[in-house]
Design a protein around this ligand. Structure first.
Ligand code: ZN
Length: 347
């Protein structure tokens, strides 16, 4: 029997936006071999839904404003201007909303809508932005995005913006790199708390993480991050961060990116499922059975060949069962923990 699952992070909308010339919505609905997620493969796999990220990509034209973030850390791309981020975000949002109109998925604005979509076997999407560059510091575009369905915000991707600073893609590095949230970033946390918008800590640096932990009234959430003690990448969570998430009764979604799974930090598809299970073991030990979920990074990262694409998720869930995880715990990790967190934070 296929175990239904809910995924904490995919970059499928960016993959579709960047697809050349195609009818992007039809490509998703009819499916094929491109990328990791499309509708037929999602349904085959048992994917009940997930956070659909809108990641505004760095400009390829070289027009981006170079600022403190780039000077601070050569691996960080330059900051992205609001208008450029809004343009790509509008493109990705249009794909999500057109897919909803076509009946391919439901954009869920609360846990009730999420449960209703899953009950009628419709793919349930949470509208997420990865990096808050499309939000101005007066939070005017936040109103627009919220009205379109936005319910989850990663304050930064791996670059600096008006709100905070992200971690570089660097192995054998601590996330304690760069300054904390700006005043606007701190205000963004308060505004999101009031509006019922989830704050995502994945990609944020240590000082920013501490600021969110101090300000936010919500449980701490990292949608797609792993355990630094196993894979010492700046993108992964060190012990004190896991302890802070546990104390807040928060949650971490397991990232399938091989570079964040492997102890050697290599992006290498020849990566055993066993290392994924090791991260889950460590996350359960640190966060308890309610604090662990999935956050694949499908369509945004190289995943183990044994997973391949969304249809490989059942192999991970089977590996957890084989390891001795009970059915109840596997169901929690696969789906129920995300649904409970969304109910508690978004409403
Ligand atoms: Zn990411």
């Amino acid at each position: 029997m296929t175990i239904p699952f809910f995924d904490g992070h995919n970059d499928t909308l960016l993959r579709l936006l960047e697809a050349e010339g195609a009818d992007r919505e039809r490509a998703f609905m009819e499916g094929g071999k491109d990328g990791h997620i499309d509708l037929p493969r999602a349904r085959t796999a048992g994917m009940a839904g997930g956070f659909f990220a809108m990641f505004p990509p760095p400009l390829k034209t070289g027009l981006a404003k170079v600022s403190g973030g780039a000077a601070l850390e050569p691996n960080l791309p330059p900051e992205l201007a609001w208008g450029d981020a809004m343009a790509s975000t509008s493109g990705m949002a249009s794909i999500l909303l057109r897919l909803e109109r076509a009946g391919a998925l439901a954009v869920c604005r609360n846990a009730g809508e999420l449960r209703a979509a899953m009950a009628r076997d419709t793919l349930a999407a949470i509208f997420h932005i990865e990096g808050a560059e499309a939000i101005d510091t007066d939070f005017r575009s936040l109103e627009l995005l919220y009205a379109a369905g936005l319910r989850s915000i990663g304050i930064t991707w791996s670059r600096a913006n008006a709100f905070g600073t992200g971690v570089p893609f660097r192995h054998n590095a601590d996330p304690d790199i760069g300054p904390g949230l700006s005043d606007a970033g701190k205000e963004l946390v308060r505004v999101c708390n009031q509006m019922g918008v989830m704050i995502d800590l994945s990609h944020l640096n240590a000082a920013g993480f501490r600021d969110v932990a101090a300000i936010s009234s919500h449980p701490l959430v990292a949608t797609h991050s792993n355990v630094h003690a196993i894979s010492p990448h700046a993108r992964n969570l060190v012990d004190w961060q896991l302890a802070a998430i546990a104390e807040s009764k928060g949650i971490v979604g397991l990232n399938f990116a091989t570079g964040f799974l492997r102890p050697d930090g290599k992006f290498d598809a020849d990566t055993e499922i066993e290392v994924m299970v090791r991260h889950v073991d460590a996350l359960v030990a640190a966060l308890g059975e309610d604090g662990v979920a999935l956050g694949s990074d499908f369509d945004g990262a190289m995943v183990p060949a044994v997973i391949g694409d969304v249809t490989g998720v059942p192999r991970l869930l089977q590996a957890l069962l084989d390891k001795g995880y009970g059915q109840d715990l596997v169901h929690k990790i696969a789906l129920e923990n995300w649904v409970s967190m969304i109910a508690g934070v978004i409403g």
